[in-house]
Write a protein that binds this ligand. Structure first.
Ligand code: OXD
Ligand code: MN
Length: 636
């Protein structure tokens, strides 16, 4: 595919530190790898910033940018901590925008599956290169006028690891620069890894707010919500994001690169880029195992990745909380995983010293908080911290309202998708191997979602194919991480619905195909549900630290213990095989498989998968569905 939206005019270097007439105000442009010089020069010519700043990842750079943002009022220092800042966005720019996220390929079905006629495809939005060129031509020329263009070299994964990949993001947002420094490895060391013109992912981001401003800037947060567009070009490994400064829309290393573009690279190269946490569990005998677990956004991945075990003698270490890149080792057949990120961008509301003390301790310094409240003594506050904050504490909410804690229960301090952004290395339980270039060996893969009804605490797949089917039928109640409203149970296969950068049917086939290589040691696959409700809408399972009980069962299954019974939907724990000491839970309700529920669920799921993917839905998945139906019909 040809690159679009690059100017055709040759760039002439007027002097060493000028591109055309735009000055390079920091860094030596000519020391950059040739391919980077060429692309940056094109971006400069297109976006016409007032200057170019080549980032080196140093502390001085962070200080300079932080100072600028404080001066401008975009950031406020939280005096209670060391180097912590708070930021409020324009209320129109608060979450990922899936409806404005596109994949561009010459051929439509390289990006999206052949949905059945009349079905609205929700597994990605495709646009042709020609149409997209018009959209971008309408937005990009001059989009950085009056602003600085920052060139950010970054590595996803430990710098130099054979499992890592390199990106270069140009952006006109210094908030994005600060956040990218936390979420990825930003360093001038990156350039030497691109010396021989190796491939890098090109990431262009603009807030879409050239100066002088055409519109009023709200909260010192420039953005352009009417024109926001997030575009992926998987064939040429490129991302263009315009109009939003928020999270996954603008920190392009995260969802855009590490999932959508890397997913496509993984498809081409034979590995996985997944929406998964990575953690280790050590049992009282000192045996350690690593697992990867996939849940839709805002379903507790960060909490699980940093769990404080409620059972004595167990310990948890965190490798990552959102994304896993995994490949089968050619020699040993083991599945090895790295966390490509360097920070946590976690949902703040609901996080506290009970639900996730490790996350709280991680963000006590060097962190940025977006759309949370501030206490009068310069602390952060969000819904969920009430028990840790004295009643009567004065709060300034993210919308600028002042109130006293406990006086008016209708007041909300934070947006439901408010975030903390903090360095992973500060996590008290970060694993000593979290940056091991060789990755960590994965023994089990877990999928899960918020399922208020019908779905048991844990199911083990019969085999790899059945596991891929379990992941394909994943559903979850919607959350505030994207623009969806209301509580509805939505299909979210593999927790990747918003994040796959190519035809979803091919993605599922890619998973199935790993079984074909007999050398691959396929991990066992599980499905968990912490969120089942009883008839009074009360959770049947305590969750959080008690989830160790389920993880323990899973690990024992990977060791081959005979603690599972057959059921029509998979293997379930034998009664008594999950340690429930000290808990009072209704086992029968928690593990039941209501036949009517599952029979109607499988019909609905089949229709949905077939509508969405049509003939791209792999035959093996159809067979799995038929088999499950059969087992359910035959069950007593
Ligand atoms: C995230 C998300 O920010 O999944 O991790 O939305
Ligand atoms: Mn996520």
């Amino acid at each position: 595919m040809e690159d679009i939206n690059v100017p055709f005019v040759e760039v002439h270097y007027v002097s060493i530190q000028k591109l055309g007439d735009i000055p390079v105000i920091k860094g030596d442009f000519h020391s950059l790898p040739n391919t980077v010089q060429k692309w940056v020069a094109q971006m400069v010519q297109l976006c016409t910033p007032r200057g170019v700043y080549i980032c080196d990842g140093s502390e001085e750079e962070a200080d300079m940018v932080t100072h600028k943002l404080l001066e401008r009022g975009t950031l406020t220092k939280l005096e209670k901590y060391e180097n912590n800042y708070i930021c409020w966005t324009d209320p129109r720019d608060v979450a990922r925008v899936e409806s404005k996220t596109f994949i561009v390929t010459d051929e439509k079905y390289a990006s999206v599956p052949h949905s059945r006629e009349g079905a609205k495809c929700v597994l990605g939005i495709w646009m042709s290169p020609d149409e997209m060129k018009k959209e971008l031509d309408d937005r990009l020329p001059g989009c950085m006028a009056g602003r600085m263009l920052y060139v950010i070299p970054f590595s996803m994964g430990p710098i130099g690891s054979p499992l890592s990949k390199i990106g270069v993001q140009v952006t006109d947002s210094n908030y994005v620069l600060l956040s990218m420094r936390i979420m990825t490895r930003v360093s001038s060391e990156i350039w030497s890894h691109l010396k021989h013109d190796e491939e890098f992912v090109k990431c262009l981001h603009s807030m879409g707010c050239p100066r002088p401003h055409a519109q009023k800037v709200v909260n010192n947060w420039p953005c352009n919500p009417e024109k926001t567009i997030i575009v992926h070009f998987p064939d040429i490994r490129k991302v263009i994001s315009y109009g939003s400064g928020y999270g996954g829309n603008s920190l392009l290393g995260k969802k855009c690169f590490a999932l959508r573009i890397a997913g496509r690279i993984a498809y081409d190269e034979g590995w996985f880029a997944e929406h998964m946490l990575i953690m280790s569990i050590t049992n009282p005998k000192g045996e350690e195992k690593f697992i990867a677990a996939s849940f839709p956004s805002a379903c507790g991945k960060t909490n699980l990745a940093m769990l404080m075990p409620a059972m004595p003698g167990y310990s948890i270490k965190c490798v990552g909380d959102d994304i896993a890149w995994m490949r089968f080792d050619k020699e040993t057949g083991e599945l090895r995983a790295i966390n490509p990120e360097a920070g946590f961008f976690g949902v703040a509301p609901g996080t506290n010293m009970k639900t996730n003390p490790n996350a709280m301790l991680t963000c006590m310094k060097n962190s940025i908080f977006t759309n949370v409240g501030e206490t009068a003594d310069g602390g952060f506050f969000w819904e969920g911290l009430e028990d840790e904050t004295p009643p009567g504490t004065e709060i300034l909410s993210w919308t600028g309202e002042r109130y006293k804690l406990g006086e008016d229960k209708t007041k909300k301090s934070s947006h439901p998708n408010a975030r903390f952004c903090c360095p992973a290395r500060q996590c008290p339980i970060i694993h000593s191997k979290w940056e091991d270039p060789a990755g960590v060996p994965i023994s089990a893969i877990i999928f899960g979602g918020r399922r208020p009804e019908g779905v048991p605490l844990v199911i083990e797949a019969f085999d790899w194919k059945h596991g891929v089917f379990l992941a394909s039928q994943l559903k979850s109640e919607t959350t505030a991480a994207a623009e969806h409203t209301g509580k509805q149970v939505m299909h979210d296969p593999f927790a990747m619905r918003p994040f796959v950068g190519y035809n979803f049917g091919r993605y599922i086939q890619h998973w199935l195909d790993f079984e074909k290589d007999p050398k691959n040691k396929l991990p066992k696959i599980f499905h968990v549900n912490w969120f089942r409700l009883d008839e009074n809408n009360k959770f049947l399972w305590p969750g959080f630290g008690d989830n160790i009980r389920v993880l323990d069962w899973i690990i024992r299954r990977t060791n081959g213990e005979d603690i599972a019974d057959l059921s029509p939907v998979g293997l379930l724990p034998k009664k008594g095989s999950i340690n429930l000491d000290g808990l009072s839970v209704d086992w029968d309700k928690l593990l039941s498989i209501p036949k009517d529920y599952w029979l109607s669920d499988i019909e609905e799921t089949y229709k949905w998968l077939d509508d969405q993917m049509g003939d791209d839905l792999p035959q093996e998945i159809r067979e799995q569905i038929e088999k499950q139906k059969q087992r359910l019909v035959e069950a007593k």
